[in-house]
Design a protein around this ligand. Structure first.
Ligand code: SF4
Ligand code: SF4
Length: 289
């Protein structure tokens, strides 16, 4: 089983269009994982039918039992997140500020504080119109620990692939270089970078490549909207040469990309011409894994 992770240094490069098109042309022996848990959207073009929903518990929140509290104020003194407040000589915990560190429950002389697990979102397992299973997630509003949810989605998809002797796990990762991206990279066989020909595109591409290099994972790249700025495109290509990163495709700006997404289809499903481009890309990337 090989794991291919699609990431971009920044949002707006067309990463999800690329992921959806590769999902469309990939082998039937592929499971899909949408690890962009902060803004998952791969499901929008896959008509998923949810089979299973699993709650995701990650953070904890301190709660005071007022039958035990003696109003000593020790919790207020030690909370460095300023989550403990006082009103009319009563201490209470402001949930938005509480990090769930548990220090207050250790110092409370009355054992009046307990930590309650919070439901931070859910992971869905769905069948899709492509006859490929999709693992995807929804992070609750304001919830943190998206890296843990990414790990849950990815590890569940890998387990399914192993149990069903599938050949590929195709992962749509998060933009940027933060915790969710790091989580989606771990264990990957190949990282596909999607970039665009803008100054910020090149800048963020360099940052994400430095990150992937630390994991020693093989990389390849697609330059999307390659004709928008040919000067930057040439700089990107030179940079790939210097970093020994294989450029698997340059895709010119094509109105069919946004049109397809509005129609609820991947670009490869929407246009025969784009389908052929992605079939060639898929054939190249499986050679690299
Ligand atoms: S430390 Fe415990 S007893 Fe003291 S104010 Fe806080 S909750 Fe109440
Ligand atoms: S759990 Fe930590 S952050 Fe929350 S109130 Fe207690 S000390 Fe403050």
């Amino acid at each position: 089983m090989k794991e291919i992770v699609i990431i971009s240094g920044k949002g707006g490069t067309g990463k999800t269009s690329v992921a959806a098109s590769l999902a469309y042309v990939s082998s039937q022996r592929t499971v899909l994982a949408d690890c962009d848990v902060d803004a998952s959207d791969l499901h929008l073009v896959l008509e998923p039918e949810i089979i299973t929903e699993e709650d995701f518990f990650s953070s904890e929140l301190a709660v005071i039992d007022y039958d035990k509290c003696s109003d000593c104020g020790k919790c207020n003194d030690i909370c460095r997140f300023k989550a403990v407040k006082n009103k009319d000589n009563k201490f209470f915990i402001e949930s938005n500020n509480c990090e769930g560190c548990g220090y207050c429950s250790h110092v409370c002389p009355e054992q009046a504080i307990t930590l309650i697990r919070q439901n931070d979102g859910k992971m869905n397992i769905s069948d899709t119109k492509l006859n490929k299973r999709l693992y995807h997630a929804e992070l609750g509003p304001g919830a943190e620990n998206s890296g843990k949810l990414v790990a849950k989605v990815k590890n569940s998809a890998k387990k399914y692939a192993r149990e069903n002797e599938l050949d590929y796990v195709l992962v749509d990762g998060s933009p940027g270089i933060g915790c969710p991206v790091i989580s989606s990279l771990s264990g990957a066989n190949l990282v596909m970078l999607v970039t665009e020909t803008t100054i910020t595109g090149l800048h963020d591409l360099k940052r994400v490549i430095e990150l992937v290099k630390r994991f020693r994972i093989k990389m390849c790249c697609i330059i999307n909207k390659s004709d928008i700025n040919t000067e930057i495109r040439d700089q990107i290509k030179e940079y790939f040469l210097s970093e020994n990163i294989e450029l698997v495709a340059e895709i010119e700006y094509n109105e069919d990309f946004p049109r397809s997404i509005s129609a609820g289809l991947s670009p490869a499903e929407y246009s025969i011409e784009i389908k052929t481009i992605f079939e060639n890309i898929w054939n190249k990337i499986i050679q690299l894994t």
